[in-house]
Write a protein that binds this ligand. Structure first.
Ligand SMILES: C[S@@+](CC[C@H](N)C(=O)[O-])C[C@H]1O[C@@H](n2cnc3c(N)ncnc32)[C@H](O)[C@@H]1O
Length: 236
């Protein structure tokens, strides 16, 4: 991967942020919104890839339009025909070529295990519920080349935070950039991510549930969840 030409890149991103593809719907059903991450995250990704780089993402939005505009060999995995239609209309209106764009309209847990790769950059920003980001990393991350970059959005959400806790401990994922909202890591290994726990001795102290959480877990196992709505956890 090489850095894209800086002045052109800034111009390209300013245009994209000023008129992003509104692919997501509002509660009233109107497609007039786009969930997005921070400009710095897009700037980092855009600077890392050039035309022809192999990029993969879960989810659809500004990022998908950005990779299409940059001319990467891009695969976006998300399960919404409406989002795909809105994205393709935006590309047509803006004259952005979709020749190198592949849209896989499936849940990522279904599509990613069938992909072959390899990829130079992988952006995880699809489903954010447990264990989706971890599955995305497991199936998509193994397709990243050695030296490829993994970018993860929404670090503040619990399922994403679990993944990041592991990545921060694993020396094979070198932190590159990020903040409280998103993180980027360079992959220093290659191939499958399947391994036994004994190979993960770096991950010695995962967050232990507090005493209160453990007590609540025991009570739920004993009495069932519905009989305990009034229990309040003590502050940590
Ligand atoms: C936060 S938005 C993505 C924003 C986008 N990356 C951007 O930069 O604007 C989340 C996306 O994840 C998609 N999504 C939700 N569940 C998914 C799943 N199980 N597999 C793949 N994509 C999913 C949604 O359709 C939506 O496009």
């Amino acid at each position: 991967m090489t850095a894209a030409d800086a002045p052109d890149l800034e111009h390209f991103l300013a245009d994209l942020f000023a008129d992003p593809p509104l692919v997501h719907d509002r509660p009233d059903g109107s497609r007039t919104h786009v969930w997005h991450t921070e400009p710095a995250c897009y700037r980092l990704m855009a600077g890392l890839v050039s035309r022809g780089a192999r990029t993969l993402e879960t989810g659809c939005g500004v990022s998908t339009a950005m990779f299409a505009g940059l001319g990467t060999e891009h695969t976006a995995v998300f399960a919404s025909q409406e989002e795909a239609d809105a994205l393709l209309s935006w590309c047509a209106r803006r004259g952005v070529s979709t020749d190198r764009l592949t849209l896989r309209l499936q849940f990522s847990s279904v599509a990613l295990p069938t992909l072959t790769g390899p990829f130079d950059l992988f952006f995880i920003d699809g489903a954010h519920s447990f264990p989706a980001p971890i599955l995305d990393w497991f199936y998509g991350g193994q397709l990243l080349v050695k030296g490829g970059v993994l970018v993860v959005d929404d670090a503040q959400l619990p399922a994403v935070a679990l993944l990041l806790e592991f990545l921060d401990a694993d020396p094979r994922w070198e932190p590159v950039a990020g903040d409280d909202k998103w993180r980027a890591y360079r992959r220093l290994s290659e191939g499958s991510l399947v391994e036994e726990w004994v190979r993960q001795s770096f991950w010695r102290s995962p967050r232990r549930p507090s005493l209160g959480e453990r007590a609540l877990g025991r009570a739920r196992r004993t009495f069932g969840r519905r009989s305990l709505p009034e229990i309040q956890l003590p502050s940590p």
